[in-house]
Design a protein around this ligand. Structure first.
Ligand SMILES: Cc1cc2nc3c(=O)[nH]c(=O)nc-3n(C[C@H](O)[C@H](O)[C@H](O)COP(=O)(O)O)c2cc1C
Length: 174
């Protein structure tokens, strides 16, 4: 399962996600890609009605349908741009809405792919850490790879950078 957190259609993180998907499919895996921007998605209300065992949210939007997808997935890949040294609001909202998984979701292989204008890896680490903060809340999660897509400002810049090929290779080797 690939979760794309950019609001920009066919942007750099979408392109990395497509490369990862292509590699994974060529290796014989079934891939589901979720574009968070396409979802009808409200913010988490913080009501905690989802815990401990509801396994659903009281809100009637697109998120409940994705909980079984998250449970079924063996591998989860998060693809997001850096927005002000963190992940996008779309990705954060998606993560918060996964709260019904708390205590249930476990034993996944995880990949992170982050794009940014800045080239220096250190400038992308806070976004990596934001994703890690979610993953750290679950047992048996193994982070298998991180792609740093720095140096990509405009749509499509990523195809000329090493990250583009790396994303394909990462998908191929899961
Ligand atoms: C609101 C906003 C905030 C951004 N903040 C940063 C930032 O803090 N650091 C950075 O290097 N790039 C920043 N960028 C640039 C994007 O991370 C970069 O263009 C990225 O490739 C976009 O990925 P996408 O094409 O998948 O949307 C920002 C872009 C936007 C629109």
């Amino acid at each position: 399962m690939i979760i794309c957190g950019s609001p920009r259609v066919n942007g750099n993180s979408d392109l990395l996600a497509a490369q990862f998907a292509k590699g994974a499919q060529e290796a014989g895996h079934q891939v589901r890609t979720v574009y968070v921007r396409q979802l009808k998605m409200n913010y988490c209300h913080g009501c905690m009605a989802c815990l401990p065992d509801a396994m659903s949210c009281i809100q009637h939007d697109d998120l409940n349908a994705l909980l079984p997808w998250m449970m079924d997935a063996d591998v989860v890949c998060f693809a997001t741009p850096v927005y002000y040294y963190s992940i996008t609001a779309q990705m954060k909202t998606f993560i918060d809405r996964m709260n019904p998984l708390y205590g249930h979701w476990r034993d996944k292989e995880v990949y992170y792919m982050v794009t940014a204008a800045e080239e220096d890896h250190a400038q992308l680490d806070r976004a990596m850490d934001a994703l890690q903060g979610f993953v750290d809340c679950f047992e048996g999660m193994v982070v298998k790879g991180r792609i740093y897509g720095g140096g990509a400002t405009n749509k499509g810049d990523i195809v000329r950078l090493p990250a583009y090929e790396e994303a394909y290779e990462m998908g191929r080797t899961i």
